[in-house]
Design a protein. Structure first.
Length: 117
């Protein structure tokens, strides 16, 4: 399997951003955000960072605001740690895949109960 440079950089960014959020970011809005994946453009100039956090819609929105507010701090730390020629411009997006998975599981359980009953 051949890995593109953008995928390798995405893996590095995922690890480093998770570390920065967990150990250095002091914003209480971010809480226990988990970095799910990072999609880096082919030219390595842009990165979409997908995160997840447990909680209701309000918690998700607060986390989004906290990450958006810390974007430049995180980018600076990435530049310092990874020494890339260009530090990618980060954009944060809430990843609904876990939420969607729970919804599908509930639907499947409901269908299974209906089939049994």
């Amino acid at each position: 399997m051949v890995f593109k440079r953008s995928e390798r950089v995405g893996d590095l960014l995922k690890r480093e951003i998770g570390d920065i959020i967990g150990k250095e970011l002091k914003d209480p809005r971010v809480g226990f955000a988990t970095i799910i994946s990072v999609d880096v453009s082919a030219d390595l100039r842009h990165a979409r960072v997908f995160f997840s956090v447990f909680g209701d819609r309000r918690v998700q929105e607060e986390t989004q605001r906290g990450l958006d507010s810390a974007r430049f701090f995180i980018q600076g730390e990435i530049g310092r740690r990874l020494r890339l020629k260009y530090t990618p411009e980060l954009s944060f997006q809430f990843d609904r895949s876990i939420e969607y998975g729970f919804h599908i599981s509930k639907l499947l359980k409901r269908v299974q109960k209906e089939d049994e009953g």
